[in-house]
Ligand binder design. Structure first.
Ligand SMILES: Nc1ncnc2c1ncn2[C@@H]1O[C@H](COP(=O)(O)OP(=O)(O)OP(=O)(O)O)[C@@H](O)[C@H]1O
Length: 216
């Protein structure tokens, strides 16, 4: 069953075409890895897809988009901001409800970072910030994940934990990954981007890492 079927996806900067035009059909339940060399267009393609999906998707942008002045709890809670009335969000800023504290802490426990619950995001390391952005995306509970290099700053075991959570909790995902081995391990479809076009589109089961090398 189709999750989405987009045609004519394009993006340009200062008149220079960097994506497409291309078509992308993704089935419900697919976990897609976007691979390709730096500058190929993976981040831009994720942004273009997000513009079309909006509320249906959880986004982990490469820049993470954390609010530095807010504690980790609030940065994760932001994932559900549009699911509550304004009065609820205002009260939460001052004094979070215990059910939300419990839910956010449980998620942070899974990413081994719950001890930072009340620490401002500004005081976190790069890998800790990435885990908070992952928790925010999971907390949103959207059906589709769009993630741009979500594990680039994580150590080996934590990178595996994060990929298990992301591919396990989201029905459908599109994740840009530099690590080809992680892409093959956790995704069932590999899309290679080269100069803003799809240069490879194969089930992961049909590929080994060296097959993907040609697009780098
Ligand atoms: N804001 C921008 N203004 C101008 N050009 C841009 C902008 N953002 C991206 N580009 C250009 O678009 C092309 C694709 O960039 P993009 O960030 O999508 O690549 P990428 O595959 O995600 O790279 P990386 O793996 O390094 O993150 C590049 O040539 C880049 O220089």
């Amino acid at each position: 069953m189709s999750e989405f079927d987009f045609h004519g996806l394009t993006a340009s900067f200062e008149g220079q075409r960097v994506i497409g035009p291309l078509s992308l059909h993704v089935n419900k339940g697919e976990h897609v890895a976007l691979v390709g060399k730096s500058g190929a267009g993976k981040s831009t393609l994720i942004k273009v897809i997000y513009e079309r999906l909006q509320q249906e998707a959880s986004l982990i942008p490469q820049g993470l988009g954390l609010v530095n002045a807010l504690p980790v709890f609030h940065n994760v809670f932001i994932g559900q901001l549009d699911q509550h009335p304004t009065w609820y969000n205002t009260l939460t800023l001052l004094r979070p409800f215990s059910k939300d504290k419990k839910a956010v802490k449980a998620l942070l426990d899974e990413l081994s970072i719950s001890e930072k619950l009340w620490i401002p995001a500004a005081a976190l390391s790069g890998g800790q910030r990435q885990r908070v952005a992952i928790a925010r995306a999971l907390y949103r509970q959207a059906p589709i994940l769009l993630a741009d290099e979500p594990i680039s700053a994580l150590d080996g075991p934590m990178a595996h934990t994060a990929m298990q959570l992301l591919t396990g909790r989201f029905h459908t995902s599109i994740v840009a990954l530099h690590d080809v081995d992680m892409a093959l391990a956790y995704c069932d479809r590999i899309i290679g981007i080269q100069d803003g076009q799809i240069a490879l589109d194969e089930p992961a089961a049909n590929l080994v890492a060296s097959d993907i090398a040609s697009i780098y």
